[in-house]
Write a protein that binds this ligand. Structure first.
Ligand SMILES: [Zn+2]
Length: 132
C-alpha cells in the first residue's frame, strides 16, 4: 500500500476534507453527540472547499452508508462464524443477528459521517498545493 493511499484512508476515517486532508468536515469531532451528527462546515476551514456541492448532494450518501453497512455485516458474519460458529440448527444465527444489530447501531453515527466523507471524496480530488 502506498503512502498516498494510506493518507487517503486515514483522512476518510478522521472525516477530513478530501481536497486538503487537513480541515475537518464536521464541527463537532464526536459523532456520538447525536444532535450534531450532521453539523458540517459549509466550507473546509483550511482550504475553503465547499462541502455540500449542490442542494440535495447528501441524498446520495444513503447508498454509500447502505454499502458500508452491508460490508460491515459481512465482516461481523466472518469473525462471528470463526469464533462462535453459526448454524441453522440452533439459535446461533439469531445471536449473530442481534450482535450485528447492536454493533451496527453503535457505529451508525460514525458510519453516517464516513459515508458523507467518502461520498464527497468521489467528487473532490486531493490538491495539497491549492491549500491557502
Ligand atoms: Zn480542505
Amino acid at each position: 500500500m502506498t503512502n498516498g493511499r494510506m493518507s487517503y484512508i486515514s483522512s476518510l476515517l478522521l472525516n477530513k476534507c478530501p481536497r486538503c486532508r487537513k480541515g475537518d468536515l464536521f464541527k463537532n469531532q464526536n459523532p456520538y453527540v447525536l444532535k450534531k451528527v450532521f453539523d458540517m462546515h459549509d466550507h473546509c476551514p483550511v482550504c475553503g472547499q465547499k462541502t455540500e456541492l449542490e442542494i440535495g448532494f447528501w441524498y446520495g450518501t444513503g447508498y454509500v452508508s447502505y454499502v458500508i453497512a452491508v460490508l460491515f455485516s459481512l465482516f461481523n458474519l466472518a469473525w462471528y462464524w470463526l469464533i462462535f460458529g453459526i448454524s441453522w440448527r440452533d439459535d446461533s444465527v439469531y445471536h449473530w443477528l442481534i450482535t450485528n444489530g447492536i454493533l451496527l447501531a453503535l457505529i451508525m453515527p460514525g458510519l453516517i459521517r464516513w459515508s458523507r466523507t467518502l461520498y464527497l471524496s468521489f467528487f473532490v480530488s486531493y490538491e495539497p498545493a491549492r491549500v491557502n
